[in-house]
Design a protein around this ligand. Structure first.
Ligand code: NAD
Length: 501
């Protein structure tokens, strides 16, 4: 039996036991064994972390540091992370079992390290404007200001990946942060704090509290010294978090779930489409926000398409993520495994035609589900409308472009969409009318640090990545400077009851 590691939480550059003394277990989803204990932080721990972040912002060196200096620190963070990629990747794999693992992205030249360097370079590129305001003897200009203490709330499917999209731009903008990872996968974020000791960061600049949504997340969002919330998670969690933030009219950035359509046109290269669509959902076991799980395939090719799809995905090897032969890992935790299985059971009970049943991938230990494909699933059904967040796709046929545009948009979500066609003009006409934050044509699942991502409709608001991603962590200040030595008389004589003001 391997030793169970007990973590502490991180505030003011120091490790702490939770004031209430509570911990919860972290299971390895590959075998269901408990491998770590994580602090169950409550109000007193949240208060400590927020106080550290507040002091760092108002009194510490971070709050006073000029943008170019912040850039140097961010570059250092990226370099330090790249030296510990395998360690961080191993912990995250143990925590949520997700393939592909984050380690390659954390290495020199990997996307996460590049993100740190990108935002390091962006720190001193935000320039204000001089506004030609129509007032005599007045100079008006704008500056970009940080918010102060920012709360970063994370999901379990990709803790370090979703963190970097928030943390680097939040710090680049000059904020200090308190991170709350998911109770289902907290350990890689805590491990990151240990690694960052090498970066010699000012105390209080980054803090981490661990715990549950209602008992750690809500007190954090509701803390009066937290000025902005950036939340990634499900739409239900997002609604609850936004409601808490609304008590103090606190701005929130929301990166939520989706039910993204993949539209296959009759002239599509079917091999390209099948491979692209399969890659866009199955390797991660469907546990990605932009998984394209709602397949809308033209009626002339749906038979050939589904046959190829089933043929390709049934060969994928489902197994322990630390075995290089495995191509699909487990569901990230027991509760989620049960939830995904229940959705498959319900879809079957609803009478949808099952072409491939992933429940057969179950193993004696661990939380394995293989690719699952349903046919003839009406768009109004539960399976087509609600995110499964598992390796499950629904297919439905369509006959003309107007119909498929309507069906693709007929959802509360608007995170992403894929379009597969050799006719680029037709694909563009459809893309222009899709309500989604990201639209892919003849590819899927790509992202780059430079390119903004985010949702339309109930998939969220605000953007991550790129210049927009940093702007969301800044607010505009308008400064008026008078060059007039004389103030006007505050109470000039009035000529009539209708004087212009
Ligand atoms: P979740 O909403 O259950 O939890 C997300 C985080 O919010 C967790 O840290 C949780 O503790 C916290 N939380 C929950 N309720 C809260 C509350 N009332 N107040 C404060 N904090 C609260 O989501 P999850 O199951 O961890 O993650 C999966 C979801 O995340 C999926 O729906 C997926 O689509 C979405 N996701 C979206 C993106 C994106 O960029 N749009 C990226 C990854 C995941």
């Amino acid at each position: 039996m391997p030793e169970i590691k007990t973590y502490q939480y991180f505030a003011d550059n120091a490790w702490h036991d939770p004031a209430g003394g509570g911990y919860f277990d972290s299971e390895n989803p590959a075998d269901g064994e408990v491998w770590a204990r994580v602090p169950d932080c409550r109000q007193a721990d949240v208060d400590r972390a927020v106080a550290a972040a507040k002091a760092a912002f108002y009194d510490g060196p971070w709050g006073q540091m000029p943008p170019a200096g912040r850039g140097r620190v961010l570059r250092r963070i990226g370099d330090v992370i790249s030296r510990h990629a395998d360690r961080l990747g191993t912990v995250e794999l143990r925590d949520n079992g997700r393939i592909p693992n984050c380690a390659p992205g954390l290495k020199e030249g990997g996307w996460q390290v590049d993100s740190w360097h990108y935002y390091a370079g962006l720190c001193d590129k935000f320039e204000g404007r001089v506004i030609p305001a129509e007032l005599p003897n007045m100079h008006n200009f704008t500056t970009w200001e940080p918010f102060g203490v920012v709360a970063l709330i994370l999901p379990w499917n990709s803790p370090l990946g979703t963190l970097i999209w928030k943390l680097a731009p939040a710090l680049a903008a000059g904020n200090t942060v308190v991170i709350k990872p998911s109770e289902q996968a907290s350990c890689s974020v805590l491990e990151l704090m240990d690694v960052l000791a090498e970066a010699d960061l000012p105390p209080g600049m980054i803090n981490v509290v661990t715990g549950f949504g209602s008992t750690t997340g809500e007190p954090l969002i509701d803390h009066e010294d937290v000025r902005l919330v950036s939340f990634t998670g499900g739409t239900g969690g997002g609604r609850a978090a936004a409601a808490v933030a609304a008590r103090q009219v606190k701005p929130v950035i929301m990166e939520l779930g989706g039910k993204s359509p993949q539209i296959v046109l009759p002239d599509a290269d079917l091999d390209l489409a099948v491979n692209g669509i399969a890659a866009g959902i199955f390797p991660a076991g469907g546990q990605s926000c932009i998984s394209g799980s709602r397949l809308l395939v033209h009626r002339d090719v749906i038979g050939a398409f589904t046959e190829r799809l089933v043929d390709v995905v049934r060969k994928a090897r489902v197994g322990p993520p630390d075995d290089p032969a495995s191509q699909i890992g487990p569901m990230a935790n027991c509760a989620h495994y049960n939830a995904v299985r229940a959705r498959i059971d319900a879809a079957e009970a609803a009478g949808h035609r099952m072409l491939l049943d992933g429940r057969g991938a179950a193993q004696e230990k661990g939380y394995y589900i293989g690719p699952t494909v349903f046919a003839d699933v009406p768009n109004g059904s539960d399976l087509a409308q609600n995110e499964v967040f598992g390796p499950v796709v629904s297919t439905e046929s369509w006959a003309d472009d107007e119909e498929v545009i309507f069906t693709a948009n007929d959802t509360i979500f608007g995170l992403a969409a894929g379009i597969w066609s050799r006719d680029v003009a037709r694909a563009m006409r459809i893309a222009n009318r899709i309500e989604a934050g990201t639209v892919y044509i003849n590819n899927y699942f790509n992202a780059a640090t430079q390119s903004p991502v985010g949702g339309f409709k109930q998939s969220g608001y605000g953007r991550e990545n790129g210049i927009e991603g940093m702007r969301c962590f800044m607010q505009t200040k308008s400064v008026w400077l008078s060059t007039d030595p004389h103030q006007p008389d505050p109470f000039p004589a009035r000529e009539s009851a209708h004087d212009a003001v």
